[in-house]
Design a protein around this ligand. Structure first.
Ligand code: ADP
Ligand code: MG
Length: 218
């Protein structure tokens, strides 16, 4: 379901970042491992169709990201990709409920109260609906951001450094939550990380893509 071939990307005035080929089946788990600055977030942006490859291509559920136009890309991304960014980007002005409602609105979807309630309940944060992000703990905020990421039932969940700045117990809990959430939604899960604890925190068959680009391997 994820298939990358000869994928490479260069930022303006940056050197070419190259990525080994990888193939992940539907429902699989992929871990992108590499040091800071090696290109993990860039790979995620390529997979989400936010950046166009300089070379090669990546295909998600049969869709070549290279072939996506700008406008088509937004609609495709809303249907296909659930993104859990490193900085959660919850809107501070809005309640938990409204952060999710805004995600439906931004994707051009009708407001669906049943789905919002379902997504929050699945992550155990249904009692926090009326709170604003400043009134959430870090773990609660991450659960809300994950509820938002899976709200539109994406085929793929992309998580960028989900355990950064978490202690061992919280990191383990965050990974178990991510994996359970992806499994429940039937989504393929991609985790970008420089945290060596991640592989121990995941269960079952894990595909690993080392990313190097001149940085020492982890
Ligand atoms: P990682 O997520 O593994 O830390 P990134 O994908 O963020 O790595 O970055 C890979 C390389 O690309 C780094 O050298 C970084 O400085 C560079 N880079 C990232 N974003 C930009 C950008 N917007 N413009 C120029 N260079 C960038
Ligand atoms: Mg990064």
């Amino acid at each position: 379901m994820i298939d990358s071939q000869q994928l490479a990307y260069a930022y303006q005035q940056g050197s070419l970042l190259r990525f080994d080929n990888v193939n992940v089946p539907q429902g699989g788990v992929l871990v992108l491992r590499g040091a800071s600055g090696s290109g993990k977030s860039t790979w995620l942006a390529l997979a989400a169709g936010l950046l166009a490859p300089s070379e090669g291509d990546i295909t998600i559920a049969g869709q070549s990201v290279k072939a996506l136009g700008k406008a088509a890309g937004d609609a495709w991304r809303a249907r296909t990709i659930g993104f859990l960014p490193q900085k959660l980007h919850l809107s501070a002005a809005l309640t938990v409920h409204d952060n999710l409602a805004m995600a439906q609105w931004a994707a051009g979807q009708p407001q669906d109260e049943k789905r919002i309630a379902e997504a929050l309940a699945a992550l155990g944060v249904q009692d926090l609906t009326r709170r604003k992000p400043a009134q959430l703990s870090g773990g609660q905020a991450q659960r809300v951001a994950l509820a938002r990421a899976v709200l539109l039932k994406p085929l793929v969940i992309l998580a960028d450094e989900p355990t950064a700045s978490l202690d061992d117990d919280s990191a383990g809990a965050a990974l178990a939550l991510l994996q359970a959430c992806a499994a429940r939604e039937g989504a393929t899960l991609v985790i970008a990380t420089h945290d060596s604890r991640v592989l121990n925190g995941l269960e079952g068959e894990i595909i690993t893509l080392p990313i190097n680009n001149g940085h020492s391997l982890l």
